[in-house]
Design a protein around this ligand. Structure first.
Ligand code: PEP
Ligand code: MG
Length: 576
């Protein structure tokens, strides 16, 4: 029996067969030639045949792939059908005596360089050419194609980590669970798995010890993978399958606890398409609108009008509801050439997020002008109510400064993200000068544990179940009560509203703990809304407080999670 443990990032319990991600195709050695005496024409003819096989495979995969993945696969299949790569490669075999593998490799470089020279859209296709050439080389060698294995039956995918292109082609009807040996809980792989509702475990060291074809039980709520599959495991997996067949639904109106206590359930979004999806999922508003989408990949700041139009596009999906707009969070994992310094030795501890406004004030003030303009845009059904907040606040002076900028523009409520231990520990003083707080548990965890959220090797430290992180959530809520507030002001309790918008809010067990600690709204990927609402409905506020106390008193993140899971039988019943 072998068992491996990693960090659980998206729940679900499945039994399936492991297949690992194929390694990247190795470059054929320079100077690789066709065997002596071989006929160059026959060797060259293997190239279009291999390209045709690759094209057929990609087209077959495209037919059943979902959304964006379908488009990517179709584009790559088209590229495989394009004769220029094949013809260039055949020429290198017939006239230069190169091996078909080496010829395809070099031809790929030539075609990619040519496309890059053309610039714009054509340059973007260079990546497709390199992908196609790797596939053709694998086909010529009789090796497994690079990337996600092409299997007809559903399987458990194991990988070191996934590249963005692989994640785009991940088909959740084929891949029933995802396990990586690297990657952290905030890696794009983990975030994508949560968006897809795909059971996932990251940082599972040793997972590659399992041979392809091994049957395993994956408990992505706990983070374990074992090849000893028991009767009980079959029952758990059946509950999860049942949940997939009869998914939970969320009809809006907030999460209602067993005693009638209400908690706002909001969505995390990054653009207008996400806003539409969140509205369709009945989110009660937006708890985190990450505005970086407009700024990333730009060499210059977008103009106020362009920003206002983009924000209005998002706001119109939530007439009369709150949309928490976070001002630009540049730096660290989101560098911006016109705003952040690429040479900082410690970017996560550097001039990032709100701090960039110290030197380059106008980027923030322009953005606030744009949000204020968007808020005034007439929308059918009534305007959304933007709640504006700044990321990475540490001192009360910063909060005062940000609130003043918002007030000058008529933007109210104005709040802060609690992402630093400093903001959590003196939350009472922050919340005396601002209207609300939203806890970003992703950053709060990395700063509390002094562990880079992007490092797979520190994934076990980067868990929001860490009792120290939970203590800081509790401290923020205590501070909010001390600061007080007008019970009528925002339709919330007699405390300044405190939400959680980090990934922790979408974990149903942790959601109960957060509510027990005093959090009044939870914001998450829309897919998590039904499970969070369902699990919340099984506990009273008193029970949530009791579970929160147990988690706070635990010695470790694992003990905290185990204690809470033991007190929430619904998780097992749902296969979560
Ligand atoms: C967070 O830090 O928890 C958060 C929500 O912000 P981001 O993940 O965008 O840094
Ligand atoms: Mg953050």
């Amino acid at each position: 029996m072998s068992q491996y443990t990693g960090v659980a990032v998206s729940p679900g319990r499945v039994i399936g067969t492991i297949y690992s991600m194929a390694p990247p195709v190795a470059e054929p050695p320079a100077g690789d030639t066709i065997p002596e005496g071989a006929d160059p024409a026959t060797e060259a003819a293997r190239i279009p045949a291999a390209a045709a096989t690759v094209q057929a495979t990609l087209s077959r995969l495209a037919e059943r792939a979902p959304g964006e993945g379908k488009k990517i696969l179709e584009a790559t299949a088209q590229m495989a059908a394009d004769p220029s790569l094949s013809q260039t490669a055949q020429g290198l075999v017939t006239s230069g005596g190169k091996s078909p593998e080496r010829a395809v490799w070099e031809a790929g470089d030539q075609v990619a360089a040519m496309l890059e020279g053309l610039g714009g859209y054509m340059a973007e296709r260079a990546t497709d050419v390199r992908d196609v050439r790797a596939r053709i080389v694998a086909e010529l060698r009789g090796e497994q194609a690079p990337g996600i294995p092409e299997r007809d039956e559903p399987f458990v995918l194991t990988a070191i980590d996934l590249a963005p292109a692989d994640t785009a082609t991940l088909d959740p009807t084929r891949v029933i669970a995802l396990i990586t040996s690297d990657g952290g809980p905030q890696s794009h792989t983990a975030i994508l798995a949560r968006q897809l509702g795909l059971p996932a475990i990251v940082a599972a060291k040793g997972i590659h010890e399992f041979d392809d074809g091994t049957e395993v039980f994956v408990d992505a709520g706990l983070g374990t993978i074992t090849d000893e599959v028991t009767e009980e495991h079959h029952r758990f997996a059946a509950a999860w399958t049942e949940l997939q067949e009869n998914p939970l639904t969320y009809e809006g109106g907030g999460g209602v606890l067993a005693d009638g206590t209400r908690v706002q359930l909001l969505a995390n979004i990054g653009n207008a398409a996400d806003a539409q999806e969140a509205a369709a999922a009945h989110a009660d508003g937006v708890g985190l609108f990450r505005t970086e989408f407009l700024f990333l990949d730009r060499d210059e700041e977008p103009g106020v009008e362009e920003q206002a139009a983009a924000y209005a596009e998002v706001l119109r999906h939530f007439p009369g509801q709150k949309v928490v707009v976070r001002t630009i969070d540049a730096g660290a994992d989101k560098p911006l050439p016109f705003l952040t310094d690429a040479d900082e030795p410690n970017p996560a501890l550097g001039v990032r997020a709100y701090r960039t406004s110290w030197e380059k004030r106008s980027v923030l003030t322009n953005q606030l002008d744009a949000i204020a303009a968007a808020a005034k845009t007439a929308t059918p059904g009534g305007a959304a109510i933007p709640w504006v907040m700044a990321p990475m606040i540490a001192t009360v002076e910063e909060t005062e400064d940000f609130v003043a900028l918002c007030t000058e523009r008529g933007l109210q409520p104005a709040g802060i993200m609690v992402e630093t231990p400093s903001a959590a520990l003196i939350a009472d003083r922050h919340l005396t000068v601002c209207d609300f707080a939203s806890i970003g548990t992703n950053d709060l965890t990395q700063y509390t544990m002094a562990a880079d959220r992007q490092l797979g090797s520190l994934a076990h430290l980067n868990s929001p179940w860490q009792p120290a992180v939970l203590a800081l959530v509790g401290a923020t809520c205590t501070g909010a009560r001390t600061a007080g507030g007008d019970p009528q002001a925002y339709g919330e309790e007699a405390q300044r509203p405190v939400g959680v918008c980090g990934e922790a809010a979408g974990d149903p067990g942790l959601a109960v703990v957060l509510v027990g600690l005093g959090v009044s709204s939870l914001s998450m990927t829309p897919r998590s809304l039904p499970a969070v609402a369902r699990v919340l409905s099984t506990v009273s506020l008193e029970q949530a407080k009791d579970l929160a106390a147990q988690a706070l008193a635990a010695r470790s993140a694992e003990d905290a999670r185990d204690a809470v899971r033991a007190g929430l039988p619904i998780l097992g019943e749902l296969g979560l």
